[in-house]
Design a protein around this ligand. Structure first.
Ligand SMILES: NC(=O)c1ccc[n+]([C@@H]2O[C@H](COP(=O)([O-])OP(=O)(O)OC[C@H]3O[C@@H](n4cnc5c(N)ncnc54)[C@H](O)[C@@H]3O)[C@@H](O)[C@H]2O)c1
Length: 378
């Protein structure tokens, strides 16, 4: 810990013009658990330097590459070097830094999808296990209070045996060939060398997949899927649909698409059991609709005292004050800090490397099924 009691954090990625790095910086600071003290913010050393300057960091702790950062930080006295690192680079730069930082004793929090192949995902899972360090994957939608409520409703058996699960994640921002305009986020997401084999599948399909496994507590066993490249010349999917069967006997569908004009961040989950059902929509994240066989539908809302204890623990402000993306993201950082400090039993508090590896298997299974035209196992 630093003198202020904060954990010293480094960042890989999140340079000038980047999207999610800035979100991570806001969220790691929200609860006062972390101090950002070092970084390799870009693959371009000058951009990394500029980012560090803008953030007011000690220039000696702003590095031209993540490789230099691992080496130099490891050489600092224990009470000065970073304790954890946040990896917010494109998908193909998750595996390398994760392995290196774990090997040198640092805790890691990394953005999704875990990596670009099952083989690399397994190597990451082994590295986490061998290191004894904490690894968290920011499938941030698990940090919403009403998702935790949904999970409690399913797992406590109140909805009965689960029969149907529908997950949908629709966006419209890649309906045209935005990557040709030089838009950075579109460029690497549509380049299989950097995004991995899944386009929309890796970018948003893995969030929907993770959410449905997180809420139901069941695992997806097999899929019958198809993927489409709607935009001509795009080498990765911008749309995919999967029928699936789950380990608890339920089945359902997952659709993800980035060509649905007008949809912004339309992540929706619906789960139906023998006694009731639930519906959640990320664009209205403080609402959870709960349906019952012989009672009227309930609208449960964030931070109300009638919620389950796990859901209440994720709310931050009184009911009626909207909470959203940043707070949910910060809930994962808070849990990550607690795990590092070994403060409490953190089962299911944040997605793990195993969850991430399942996400990569999901991408690969959808692609296999789509290519073969048949059901495939995950
Ligand atoms: N959890 C979420 O809701 C969410 C949302 C957006 C993105 N993401 C994930 O976050 C990651 C980054 O996405 P983004 O949209 O912020 O991308 P981005 O292109 O906006 O930013 C990526 C940053 O990484 C830097 N970078 C690239 N290679 C590097 C290297 N070798 N060393 C150091 N820095 C390097 C780039 O310079 C850039 O600053 C992706 O894995 C993406 O899937 C997650």
């Amino acid at each position: 810990m630093t003198q202020s009691g904060k954990l010293r954090m480094g960042m890989v990625g999140g340079g000038p013009g980047a999207f999610i790095g800035a979100v991570h910086r806001l969220c790691l600071a929200m609860d006062g658990d972390f101090d950002l003290v070092a970084g390799a913010f870009s693959s371009d050393p000058e951009k990394s330097r500029l980012a560090g300057e803008e953030l007011g960091l000690d220039p000696a702790r702003v590095y031209p590459s993540w490789q230099t950062m691992v080496e130099k930080e490891s050489g600092l006295p224990e009470d000065q070097r970073i304790q954890a690192v946040s990896i917010v680079t494109p998908n193909h730069v998750h595996h390398g830094p994760t392995l290196a930082f774990l090997e040198h004793g640092f805790h890691v929090i990394c953005d999704k999808p875990l990596t670009t192949s099952s083989k690399l995902a397994e190597a990451m899972a082994d590295a986490v296990q061998n290191s004894g360090r904490i690894f968290a994957l920011t499938h941030n939608y698990t940090g919403y209070p009403m998702i935790r409520e949904a999970r409690e409703l399913v797992r406590s058996g109140q909805l009965g045996a689960i029969r149907k699960v529908y997950a949908e994640y629709l966006q419209g921002w890649l309906a045209d060939k935005l990557e040709d305009s030089g838009q950075k986020q579109a460029e690497w997401r549509t380049d299989p060398e950097r995004s991995g084999p899944g386009g929309s599948l890796g970018d948003i399909g893995t969030h929907a997949f993770n959410l449905l496994e997180h809420v139901t507590g069941a695992t997806m066993d097999r899929v019958l899927a198809t993927r489409t490249m709607f935009v001509p010349g795009r080498p990765v999917d911008d749309d995919a649909m999967a029928l699936f069967e789950m380990s608890d006997g339920s089945n359902g569908s997952l659709i993800c698409s980035q060509v649905c004009i007008g949809r912004e961040n339309g992540l929706r989950l619906r789960v139906f059991g023998t006694e009731g059902g639930l519906e959640w929509d990320q664009e209205h994240p403080n609402d959870l609709r709960v349906h019952w066989k012989n009672r009227p539908t309930e609208l449960r809302r964030t931070a109300n005292p009638y919620l389950s204890a796990p859901a209440l623990s994720l709310g931050r402000i009184p009911p009626g004050h909207p909470e959203g993306y940043l707070e949910a993201f910060a809930n994962l950082y808070r849990a990550f800090a607690r795990a590092i400090r070994n403060q409490e039993d953190l089962e299911d508090a944040f997605p793990t490397v195993i969850d991430g590896a399942r996400g990569v298997r999901f991408i690969e299974a959808v692609i296999r099924s789509s290519d073969q035209g048949s059901w495939v196992e995950l």
